[in-house]
Design a protein around this ligand. Sequence first.
Ligand SMILES: Nc1ncnc2c1ncn2[C@@H]1O[C@H](COP(=O)(O)OP(=O)(O)OP(=O)(O)O)[C@@H](O)[C@H]1O
Ligand SMILES: [Mg+2]
Length: 271
Amino acid sequence: MNQQQTAAKAGHDGEPRIRVRGLGKHYGALEVFKNIDFDVGKREIVAIVGPSGCGKTTLLRCIDGLLPHDTGEILVGDTRVTEPIAGVAMVFQHFGLFPWKTVSENVAYGLRMAGAPKAEIARKVPEFIKLVGLAGFENAFPYQMSGGMQQRCGLARALAVEPNVLLMDEPFAAVDAQTREILQFELLRIWQERPTAMVFVTHSIEEAVLLGHRVIVLKGRPSSIHETIVIDLPEPRTRETLQHPRFAVLRERVWSTLMAEAREAEFVLER
Ligand SMILES: Nc1ncnc2c1ncn2[C@@H]1O[C@H](COP(=O)(O)OP(=O)(O)OP(=O)(O)O)[C@@H](O)[C@H]1O
Ligand SMILES: [Mg+2]
């Protein structure tokens, strides 16, 4: 599929891959979020922004099946999520690599957990290491690599299982600004080659608008969806997207939505 075709297929047309319906979650007495409803298309990136502590990580862990939810339901394809299911991969903020394993071993781990046969692991590990630009570092340990390289390794591990759902929890938050920009465009390149349903949590409004086909803004305590902003920027997203006049308009829109939330939160605290 070429990039134009991919672009035409991007978005939330057709059957969704992920369906979240009336989702609610408590930790003991703390109600984290309630009434969360959204879909993610098979070839769609949905970015989620919201204040610290509003439950973004919790939401991803519920979709991943790592955490039970209290109310509502999550469907991935036709499967109701009650435990981790095949085809869903997560990339964490702090890389989540095994420090005692090399790059190859870390990438192989996800495949081994997914029950892939040895021959498939041997074929895929170098393929995905190359895809994320880490060729030559197969035998390096995490401590021998920069943060950006470690995050590439985390990405390779998630991508190697060829997920149809990719959950990203602030994956670029721990790298410097320049590396972050490089990784954002690398991710877009990889996504254009292998589109999946992606939920991308970030604190960066720019990142949300650059990557997302829609941006969901969470608000309140317990939080719920305050607004969903459609990011109608041309595909494929590239470095030029940042210069597009509509980019500035949408960034401002997400920013003012988030700031309204922050002001309201302050007001509640003051009272
Ligand atoms: N295992 C847990 N047990 C009890 N409370 C928790 C647990 N994990 C998170 N919380 C609480 O739930 C709320 C939501 O946490 P969560 O980590 O999902 O937020 P977040 O939106 O990802 O925040 P951040 O932007 O800082 O990463 C917070 O108030 C947090 O203190
Ligand atoms: Mg979080």
